[in-house]
Structure formats: C-alpha cells, structure tokens
Design a protein around this ligand. Structure first.
Ligand code: ATP
Length: 141
C-alpha cells in the first residue's frame, strides 16, 4: 500500500516520524485529509487534534496550531507545541481547563481574554485528544 511519511516537528524536538496511510489535520478553515499521492499543499493549523492511520489503527496527536506542508508523499507538521496522545498529562490539562474557566467566570477587567481563551482551547483539545485515542484503543493509559 502506498504510504505517506508523517513528520511532526516543534522547536524543541521531533515528535514523530513515521510512515502512515492517512493524515487528518485541524486546518484553519476546517479539517482536511491527506492520502498518498496528494498534490502539494500548505495550510495553517488550528489548536486541535491531528490523527493518522497506520496498520489499521488510528492515532491522535495534540497540536497547538502551526503549519502543515504536503509534498512528495511527505506530510510535515511544524507546530510550536505538539504531544502524542500517550504523552498528554490529562490531570494537568484538566487543571489548566479549570483555571481558564474560573478566570473567564470572574470577568475581571484586567484579564487577558484572548490568552485565557487560547489556554482553554489547548486544555480542551488535550483532554479530547486523550479520550479519542482511548476510544480508538491507541492510548491505554
Ligand atoms: P499549562 O497551563 O498546563 O502549562 P499550557 O497549555 O499553557 O498548559 P503550553 O504552553 O501549550 O502549556 O505548553 C508548554 C509545554 O508544556 C510544552 O512543552 C507542552 O508540550 C507541555 N505541556 C503542557 N500541557 C501538557 C499536558 N497536559 N501534558 C503534557 N505536556 C504538556
């Protein structure tokens, strides 16, 4: 079966480099899917969950925005922050979500709303990344 090479890179590390069969990514204008043989393509990403199929299983990765580039059966994801579902500390993400929700509920004047909304979006995407991976049987933790 034709394959794609998926690489996910952050400024700190190479998160993943693997041959895969399909990539679904949270594009800025909605989710998009990449199969082998796709034409060259570039898209900005939203905070959300990327997933890929390999060996009949679906794996999930949290990405905090960034860019996706497709060229010559290679998908390169450049993100400021990314974590495989198995790397996500769910307790930490739940606490981050609670902190953000409490800040928003207080409606203080000195609150940086955009920053709190962004933190909330990251926390919610991390929690959902873990739960989707669990449902798919690719994160047993
Ligand atoms: P927190 O408020 O818990 O720090 P955050 O969304 O502000 O969360 P980021 O700025 O997105 O954190 O990430 C900072 C670093 O911490 C990155 O290296 C990221 O991979 C890591 N990180 C943040 N939250 C988690 C988590 N729940 N599980 C694993 N790693 C995390």
């Amino acid at each position: 079966m034709a394959q794609l090479q998926l690489e996910i890179v952050t400024p700190d590390r190479l998160v993943l480099s693997e041959p895969v069969e399909y990539v679904g990514a949270p594009g800025y204008e909605g989710e998009f899917g990449i199969l082998p043989g796709h034409i060259p393509f570039l898209s900005a990403l939203q905070v959300g969950n990327l997933y890929y199929k390999s060996g009949g299983k679906t794996f999930f990765v949290f990405v905090a925005g960034g860019f996706a580039e497709v060229s010559d059966n290679k998908v390169t994801i450049l993100a400021e922050v990314a974590e495989k579902a198995t790397e996500i500390d769910v307790e930490r993400a739940r606490k981050a979500r609670e902190r953000a929700e409490q800040r928003l509920a207080k409606q203080q004047e000195n609150i940086d709303n955009a920053r709190v909304q962004a933190a909330l979006a990251r926390a919610m995407a991390r929690v959902s990344c873990r739960s989707r991976a669990k449902d798919a049987g690719t994160c047993e933790m």
